[in-house]
Design a protein around this ligand. Sequence first.
Ligand code: NAP
Ligand code: GFB
Length: 324
Amino acid sequence: MESPIKAGPMRVLVTGGSGLVGKAIEHVVEQEGGKLEGEEWIFLSSKDADLVDVGQTRAVFEKYRPTHVIHLAAKVGGLYLHLKENLHFLRDNLKINDNVLQTAHETGVGKVVSCLSSCIFPDKTTYPIDETMIHNGPPHASNFGYSHAKRMIDVQNRAYFQQYGHCYTAVIPTNVVGPHDNFSIENGHVLSALINKTYQAKKEGTPLSVCGSGAPRRQFIYSLDLGRLIIWVLREYKEIEPIILSVGEEDEVSIKECVDIIAKALDYKGEIHYDTSQSDGQMKKTASNAKLRRYRPDIVFTPLTEAVKMTCGWFESNYDIARK
Ligand code: NAP
Ligand code: GFB
């Protein structure tokens, strides 16, 4: 039996509200009419509460008394940070997730939407990957810490439903690109790191060095498209089972294609080298968005070239304040 979600306007607490995905949701809520009459939306950063700490987690939930939670907060980073810090990714994210879900239960939160990721699926698998395959084998070795912590959210959600009837569910975004990302060359995700690298190469008149062979393939969703879909999941999606939020398999591109898209967007015409001494990580993790399409056949995704162009524009205009 599902626990009743309180009637009346929502008070939504967004953990990780200051990050790439959180800022996209804030834009949709504040600028695109994503907030309905009487609703309150609170966007947290780690300055409001370090969610690794259960006392600070409880204090921030007591302060805001949310009816709903979008749980984005996590230790997040690109392939090369994962390779260095798998234990930190595992421990920090296990603690954050348990603190947020258990505190949501203790304070009577009616619905929680958490975030998994398309990089947590089994490394040895058939394609396309779908939501039923999460636990069908070990994740890729490069990010096993983060992947196991994220997989536990799915296990926790099932346990909260079975024991208390809570509607705690999760979305599975693929790689995300957009404004307010972490543009760190060492620790960022591929597109944000490459945007910063290409920007520097153009400014210095030096060659652009790309990590790996450029052969791996990825699907990228624009952060604002993802933000709109997460708000839809909060309002309309009733399953405990997670749902993949991604562009289709047909939109999968190689890292080399990404490099060329970024070079065009930043008008970079210098030399491009591929440093194959650096890991390629997962070669592919092609995810199916068939379940999403069944719910939302109307969805139109921002094309990658447009998403990259807008992200590059944001980066150039906000260079001084961008995380890098
Ligand atoms: P992000 O830009 O790095 O933002 C992370 C957010 O979590 C920030 O608001 C950060 O706060 C907060 N945070 C980190 N550690 C915290 C802690 N100990 N206590 C409280 N808050 C903490 O990450 P993102 O890309 O938006 O990712 C959001 C969610 O989407 C994550 O769950 C991630 O796993 C998932 N996801 C991301 C991608 C992607 O490609 N980016 C793909 C799939 C899934 P501060 O600003 O104060 O640091
Ligand atoms: O976004 P990324 O770091 O992680 O992409 P994943 C790694 C891929 O991009 C590898 C290539 O094939 C790299 O060889 N690449 C090329 C680069 N140049 C660079 C560069 O300068 N920086 C980086 N980082 N990569 C992510 C997870 O896995 O999947 C996230 O790390 C999230 O947490 C996301 O879950 C969905 O795509 O391999």
